[in-house]
Design a protein around this ligand. Structure first.
Ligand code: HEC
Length: 120
């Protein structure tokens, strides 16, 4: 009985520790009140990108040479954009550089990609 308990505790600690090392969509999970069904380009994706990305990624000389202004630009770079948003908070590649977005925004961006990036 003692033995089993120690193993269970060790396993629990190992699982918790592993959970802390990964900061990706799987460990973020989907917040229970996060709507991932109704994600629209015009209502959700474009406003998110406008608020958090276009400050640098727009205009005549956008950051990294990529503007995220038109549907084609955003849809064409969506996977790379998600990759840059879904990083550890201390990763220098994290976007936006000012700080990681809330998990629901990131999960919703991912859901939009999974839905086939509808231009709705
Ligand atoms: C404060 C300015 C700033 C903001 C805001 C910003 N970026 Fe960036 N971004 C940069 C700079 C500078 C680079 C080039 C350096 C690098 O790759 O990290 C870059 C590079 C990138 C790249 C890599 C492009 C490539 O070809 O490798 C992606 C993708 C990206 N940003 C996505 C985003 C997304 C998505 C957002 C919003 C959630 C965002 N960025 C917000 C400044 C910004």
């Amino acid at each position: 009985m003692m033995r089993f308990t120690s193993w269970a505790v060790a396993l629990f600690i190992a699982v918790m520790a592993a959970g802390c090392t990964y900061d990706d969509l799987e460990s973020l999970g989907t917040p229970f009140d996060c709507n991932t069904i109704d994600v629209g380009y015009g209502a959700d994706i474009l406003p998110l990108v406008a608020d958090h990305c276009q400050g640098c990624h727009s205009g005549g000389s956008p950051a990294a040479g990529i503007g995220f202004e038109e549907y084609a630009d955003i849809a064409g770079h969506a996977e790379t954009m998600l990759d840059r948003m879904d990083r550890s908070p201390d990763d220098p590649l994290l976007m936006p550089q000012s700080g990681k977005l809330d998990s629901c925004s990131i999960v919703r961006f991912s859901a939009w990609i999974d839905a086939g990036k509808p231009n709705n």
